[in-house]
Design a protein. Structure first.
Length: 178
């Protein structure tokens, strides 16, 4: 029975290896597919202090992946997510500060222009009222800018909290798999 057992084990191991080879060939042009390598080992046992060869045994397979490229892909994916989040927040902040017709820049330009006009006719009550009105508009623009920054800060904090919750959930899933 020993020879038949060795032959049966060898046949099973080689059949598994053929299935893996077939899978590799079938997926040769599949984007993202990682080639699989068969793990075989010697099946031996010890009887009465003597090693007895029992043929070969199939241990499974492993996917061949380049560890350096895998780390680079993970880092690039992480950077992309981070930069996308930053871009969203910066676009929100930019809209509050970069307007040419609204916002702090436009209010400052208008105030300086009206202060210049007031300097040529300091006794004109209408020019004085215009400067006061523009100063109030500038103060309002600063308040709106502060509100935009506060809103962006809250959104960033919420994204961080969401990411932490997701990491915790994934960690629990990994722990359950292990």
């Amino acid at each position: 029975g020993g020879t038949l057992s060795i032959a049966t084990n060898a046949l099973g191991a080689q059949t598994a290896a053929l299935e893996i080879a077939s899978n590799n060939i079938a997926n040769a042009n599949t984007p993202g597919y990682s080639r699989q390598v068969v793990s075989l080992s010697s099946a031996a046992s010890v009887e009465n202090g003597t090693a007895v060869d029992e043929g070969v045994s199939y241990q499974g397979f492993t996917s061949v992946r380049d560890a350096v490229l895998g780390m680079a892909i993970n880092a690039a994916t992480s950077d992309q997510g981070s930069l996308t989040a930053q871009n969203t927040l910066l676009a929100q902040i930019n809209s509050a500060f970069s307007g040419t017709t609204t916002g702090i820049g436009a209010s400052l330009s208008m105030l300086f222009s009206d202060l210049s006009a007031l300097s040529t006719t300091p006794s004109d009550p209408s020019a004085r009222q215009t400067v006061l009105s523009d100063a109030n508009a500038l103060a309002d623009a600063f308040h709106q800018g502060a509100t935009a920054l506060s809103s962006a800060s809250s959104a960033a904090n919420q994204q961080v909290s969401s990411a932490v919750a997701q990491v915790n959930e994934l960690s629990q899933q990994i722990a359950a798999l292990n």
